[in-house]
Every structure is written in structure tokens, then in C-alpha cells.
Write a protein that binds this ligand. Structure first.
Ligand SMILES: C[S@@+](CC[C@H](N)C(=O)[O-])C[C@H]1O[C@@H](n2cnc3c(N)ncnc32)[C@H](O)[C@@H]1O
Length: 225
């Protein structure tokens, strides 16, 4: 289910403004191919946040074909992006896209299970904490059952004032009432784990967080000290 009223979403997206014609075509092609890229309203929100924060180094968990990574790189010409994915069919498409777009030169793409990739990065960071380039913006957009593991690792790799944005947090409203919106309860485990993640974030007194019903639900997090 769309978590917001379809007419409201349609209204909001009348104001959607692609970065440029090439990004417009990239979105259209990805949508035609049924690739789960960021929704238009999520992109609009990210654009404002990124322009405010102006991060130098972005960590993304969940690349798909590289749409959001290229969007970040194109929006912020000084930024470098590290993104990761494990999908055997999408990895070659993402590689092709990163090679074809000029911005791909500022995007590092790591393949494999995200938890392992993040652990590799933690090992790099621990072996030379002075040289490690810490992240100041993190976008979590991958397996819904592992947001807590992703966040805990990403947090170790990030600066104190980093901003974290997690996508699909309301999971098509299953999180609100999985009996109503996911009657077969096929997503029961992911729903339970996502709920535990949200509770964990809100229980931490050193974090400020806000849950938003933008797109498929976003959770924005930062340290408050
Ligand atoms: C929603 S898509 C990412 C979309 C992308 N951020 C964009 O907007 O263009 C989620 C991606 O996460 C990847 N993914 C899911 N769980 C993962 C995991 N545990 N490790 C690595 N990649 C994962 C999937 O293969 C999929 O390509």
C-alpha cells in the first residue's frame, strides 16, 4: 500500500523537478525496468537535505542500478560516494552506469553482503583511524531486516555530526498494522525487526530522530551532543 493518499502523492509530485534531462531519462528507464529506485518525493526531500548539509563523503547501503548514487554525485560536485549492493543481476548494470556517467569517477562501488562490506570498512578504519575518510551523510536503503546492523556499523564509520536517513521505514504501512496491510504476514520478520530498530533509535538518548511519512516512510537521525 502507498502509505499516503495517492491523490496527495500525485499532487506533491506535480512539483517534482528532476535535476536535469539525463536524470529524468535515467528515472524513467529504471521505473520502466521495475528497479526499486528512490521515489520522486524522497528524491525531492533528499535534495533539500543534501543541499543544506553539503556532505563531502556519502555512504549508501543499497545501490540497485546506481540511480541515487549518481543523483548524489551529480547534485554535489565535490562529494565522493561509497555505495554497496549484493544483487547479482543489478551489480553489472550499476557498474555499466558508473562507467558511463562522468560522476561515476567519484563513486566507489563495493559488491557483496552489506554487513560484510561495512565490517571491511570498519577494519580499514581501525587499522588507520587518522587516514580514514569518515562519512557525513548516510543513506540506508537495503534489506529491511538489517537496518539496526547497518546503522550501528555506519555510525562507527561516520563523523559525530553525520546525518542518517533510512528509507522505506514504514514498509508500505505493514509497520502500522501488519494484519491489515500484510494479511498473509509474509513480511512478519522484517516488520518485527524494523520495529525493533525504530524502538532502539528512539530509546537512545544521544540521538535525535524523526519519523516521516514521505515516500514509503523515512527515518532521519543525528547525534544530539
Ligand atoms: C531499494 S534498492 C536501492 C535503490 C537505490 N538506493 C536507488 O534509489 O537508486 C535496495 C537494494 O539493496 C540491495 N540489498 C538488500 N539487502 C542487501 C544486503 N543485505 N546487502 C547488500 N545489498 C542489499 C538490493 O539488492 C537492492 O538492490
Amino acid at each position: 500500500m502507498n502509505i499516503t493518499n495517492d491523490k496527495v502523492t500525485e499532487y506533491i509530485n506535480r512539483y517534482y523537478n528532476p535535476l536535469d534531462n539525463e536524470m529524468k531519462c535515467f528515472r524513467e528507464k529504471s521505473e520502466e525496468d521495475c528497479i526499486p529506485i528512490i521515489l520522486k518525493e524522497t528524491e525531492s526531500f533528499l535534495k533539500v537535505m543534501l543541499n543544506m548539509k553539503r556532505p563531502a563523503r556519502i555512504l549508501e547501503i543499497g545501490t540497485a542500478v546506481g540511480y541515487s548514487a549518481i543523483f548524489f554525485a551529480r547534485l554535489l560536485p565535490e562529494a565522493t560516494i561509497l555505495t554497496m549492493d549484493r544483487h547479482p543481476k543489478l551489480i553489472p548494470v550499476a557498474c555499466e552506469n558508473f562507467a558511463a556517467w562522468e560522476e561515476g569517477r567519484r563513486i566507489e562501488f563495493r559488491t557483496g553482503e552489506a554487513i560484510e562490506t561495512l565490517d571491511e570498512l570498519i577494519r580499514d578504519m581501525e587499522s588507520d583511524p587518522e587516514a580514514f575518510e569518515y562519512f557525513d551523510f548516510v543513506f540506508i536503503d537495503a534489506g529491511k531486516s538489517h537496518y539496526k546492523e547497518f546503522f550501528e556499523r555506519a555510525e562507527r564509520l561516520s563523523k559525530k555530526d553525520a546525518l542518517f536517513i533510512c528509507d522505506n521505514i514504514l514498509m508500505k504501512a505493514y509497520l502500522v498494522d501488519d494484519r491489515a496491510y500484510d494479511p498473509g504476514r509474509r513480511h512478519r520478520t522484517s516488520v518485527k525487526r524494523m520495529q525493533e530498530f525504530i524502538d532502539y533509535i528512539y530509546e537512545r538518548e544521544d540521538l535525535d530522530a524523526t519519523l516521516m511519512s514521505d515516500g514509503d516512510g523515512l527515518l532521519m537521525i543525528r547525534h544530539n551532543d
